[in-house]
Design a protein around this ligand. Structure first.
Ligand code: TD4
Ligand code: ZN
Ligand code: CA
Length: 282
């Protein structure tokens, strides 16, 4: 069933576990994530970046995810990941997204607060939940590229000011993770996480979680992370699945190439759900 992000994450916050938010760009990824959620009885957040919307089309994504959610035996939220413009945010709200992220993390704090507050007003009037980000993650995505030297960990004082000033439902914080693949092993600032969670007492979001070692993930869920974004690890699972066919045969049936990729993604997503502590929480 389709639910809001807030419904899923308030429960996770209260019961102290994290829910996976997986980036979806096509039917196979969506089916893999939903199948993993059903098999582990996990609530799940399907998220689409602006790049995904550009690639697949907002109407296709909306129709696919609404169908998947309707058929699913677990709670499913449809979330916009790293929304940067009013245009995208309003379009997603109108197309049935139940959660949106406004990423104003590159603006100075007062501007980020003013813009986010406006989004919250509109989204909440439509029954849609809002995520925002404070601090800056390093790493590269299609629309977002942040040099390591510009990455900045979240200040606890600013986090309080930001949440009080905007009314967001959950906050993404920077504690040392980065988008994309890591060169070395990421070191997370758990003390900062603990401080922020204590001050805010609301759902906290961790971006860039692919490639973060299992013990760090488990520790961060214990300290109050409730939404964990995964993209790269699913991309890799897809590609490995495709390669396992195309490098070992002359196969040219897309179903026989994408099928194993879908199975491989499902396996990886199930592992994440169990690691995050959300299996059985549907
Ligand atoms: O927010 N995300 C996912 C970012 C996806 C960007 O997609 P585009 O290329 O379409 O812009 C995360 O926090 C996931 O980070 P990870 O390290 O798991 O990839
Ligand atoms: Zn992100
Ligand atoms: Ca990463």
């Amino acid at each position: 069933m389709l639910v809001t992000g807030k419904e899923i994450l308030d429960k996770a916050h209260k019961e102290n576990y994290a829910v996976g938010a997986f980036n979806v760009n096509n039917m196979e990824i969506l089916q893999a994530v939903i199948a993993a959620a059903e098999e582990t009885q996990s609530p799940v957040i399907i998220q689409t970046s602006e790049g995904a919307i550009k690639y697949a089309g907002i109407d296709y994504l909306s129709a696919m995810v609404h169908l998947a959610a309707k058929k699913a035996s677990v709670p499913v939220a449809l979330h916009l990941d790293h929304g940067t413009t009013y245009e995208t945010l309003i379009k997603c709200i109108r197309n049935g997204w139940t959660s949106v992220m406004f990423d104003g993390s590159h603006f100075p704090l007062p501007e980020n607060i003013a813009k986010t507050k406006e989004i919250v007003k509109i989204a909440h009037a439509c029954g849609v939940s809002v995520e925002a980000e404070l601090g800056r993650l390093g790493g590269i995505e299609d629309n977002i590229s942040v040099d390591e030297k510009d990455a900045r960990l979240t200040s606890p004082d600013e986090a309080v000011e930001f949440v009080n000033g905007t009314g967001v439902d959950y906050l993404a914080i920077a504690i040392g993770t980065a988008h994309g693949k890591y060169k070395g092993e990421p070191k997370l600032d758990f003390e900062r996480l603990q401080t922020i969670k204590g001050l805010l007492n609301m759902p906290i979001v961790l971006h860039g979680a692919s490639g973060v070692p299992e013990d760090s993930i488990i520790k961060s869920t214990k300290l109050g992370v409730n939404k964990i974004n995964i993209d790269t690890d699913v991309r890799v699972a897809f590609t490995e699945g495709v390669k396992s066919v195309v490098t070992t045969s002359d196969e040219f049936d897309p179903r026989k190439i994408c099928g194993p990729a879908r199975d491989n993604m499902k396996k990886v997503v199930m592992e994440k759900m169990i690691m995050f502590g959300c299996s059985g929480k549907a």
